[in-house]
Design a protein around this ligand. Structure first.
Ligand code: HEM
Ligand code: HEM
Length: 136
């Protein structure tokens, strides 16, 4: 499956889980998980959606290997980050245990963003190599 579509579908999976949690919070009036809800939707849905758009619009034909690494890094880090936030704010696991895991996941989300920036910056050079003589 094309990478933009993979990001799109993963993003919508987070949208459904995050909105489901939002509906639960609204109905139960228990907002303990609102930070997990916010990050499931923002890091999981919104950022994945933005990455899908970047693939579709700005970096078409970029290195599939780098793209694959960036995809798995963002998805894995998001899963660990959001899962960790649910465990933390539901009180299922203590902060002392989750802290290092959340820290590593956070840095990995950031690394995935830096890798995406790198792919965007590299793109004009890759395109020039593929289409000699074309500008932009
Ligand atoms: C079915 C749709 C949704 C429902 C029912 C819902 C419900 C809620 C509820 C009950 C809260 C807790 C409010 C509080 O205690 O302060 C909340 C917070 C939040 N939601 Fe949603 N939400 C929905 C969709 C979304 C979407 C699509 C996004 C972003 C893309 C989003 C982002 C946030 C953020 C950032 C907060 C934290 C706000 C703060 O800092 O107080 N929500 N939501
Ligand atoms: C590396 C990934 C991220 C980490 C480690 C992180 C961490 C945090 C922390 C520690 C808070 C404060 C929570 C509190 O009030 O106790 C926070 C709040 C918030 N973050 Fe993030 N964040 C990340 C990514 C993002 C992204 C990508 C977005 C938006 C696209 C975002 C949107 C927000 C918003 C709207 C709030 C305030 C709402 C709330 O308290 O839930 N975050 N974040």
């Amino acid at each position: 499956m094309a990478i933009d579509r993979r990001f799109l579908l993963c993003g919508f999976a987070y949208a459904i889980v995050g909105m489901g949690l939002g509906v639960y919070m609204g109905a139960s009036k228990d907002h303990a998980l609102f930070i997990a809800h916010a990050h499931i939707l923002l890091v999981g849905f919104v950022v994945s959606f933005i990455y899908a758009l970047i693939h579709k619009l700005w970096i078409v034909g970029s290195s599939p290997r780098l793209g694959g690494i960036q995809f798995y890094l963002h998805q894995l880090a998001t899963l660990v980050l959001t899962g960790g936030l649910v465990l933390l704010f539901s009180g299922a696991m203590p902060e002392a245990t989750l802290g290092p895991v959340l820290g590593m996941a956070s840095v990995s989300v950031l690394l995935a963003a830096l890798l995406m920036l790198w792919m965007i910056l590299r793109m004009p050079r890759e395109r020039a190599a593929m289409h000699p003589g074309a500008s932009g």
